[in-house]
Ligand binder design. Structure first.
Ligand SMILES: Cc1cc2nc3c(=O)[nH]c(=O)nc-3n(C[C@H](O)[C@H](O)[C@H](O)COP(=O)(O)O)c2cc1C
Length: 192
């Protein structure tokens, strides 16, 4: 029987940017001995019989692209359907921990454009009882806007048409490595 700790990575990705980040998070957790379950919500997602058993996981990562400032709503609905079906009353998140992550174009305001999404993702998984332990936002190309292969020179970021790049994903790996080695993390889960 496996004794690995279990990480659920549930995310919405419509053009694949957030999926890349989710996979890098999984790879990094795996290197620390964790077992990962990836659940992708996409445009065709039908919320019937596919809600993960959130109680079966030790850590949760919830991610989305930013769509008009907020996360992809079906992702929030799935989590809501698990938390608001029963009347828990007051919830005190923890000791299990969670991470919110997002990819975003940031065309007008830069990093600020990801903040509401990260906050909403956090609120969603804190309703599941996981305490927020980190927030990660990565620029991602906007595929419908200028096409996949055209530069985006006049946006907040100089050009995002290739993002997330290998450097962005290396940053994700460093972020997760740091998170997993923090004292508070090791107090909850022990050291790997
Ligand atoms: C309909 C639509 C609306 C978007 N709205 C925003 C926005 O308000 N702010 C922002 O920073 N990026 C916005 N973006 C850019 C996406 O957040 C970015 O491309 C993200 O990486 C998409 O993630 P995905 O490939 O995982 O779906 C929008 C993209 C689309 C397609």
């Amino acid at each position: 029987m496996s004794t690995s700790k279990k990480n659920l990575i549930i995310y919405a990705s419509l053009s694949g940017n957030t999926k890349k980040v989710a996979e890098k998070i999984a790879e990094t957790f795996e290197r620390h001995g964790w077992e990962n379950t990836l659940v992708q919500i996409d445009q065709n997602y039908r919320n019937v019989g596919s809600i993960p058993n959130f109680d079966a996981f030790d850590f949760i990562c919830v991610g989305s692209g930013v769509f008009w400032h907020i996360p992809f709503d079906p992702l929030l609905s799935i989590i809501r359907s698990a938390t608001h079906r029963t009347s828990y009353g007051k919830i005190v998140p923890g000791p299990r921990l969670g991470l919110a992550f997002a990819t975003y174009g940031g065309a007008h305001l830069g990093p600020k454009e990801a903040q509401a999404t990260l906050e909403l993702l956090e609120i969603a998984f804190e309703h599941l009882g996981f305490q927020s332990f980190g927030r990660l936002a990565v620029p991602g190309r906007v595929s419908h806007y200028h096409g996949n292969n055209q530069q985006t020179p006049s946006w907040y970021f100089p050009d995002i048409h290739l993002r997330p790049t290998a450097d962005d994903l290396a940053m994700v790996e460093r972020y997760v490595n740091d998170m997993l080695s923090r004292d508070q993390f090791q107090k909850v889960y022990g050291s790997a």
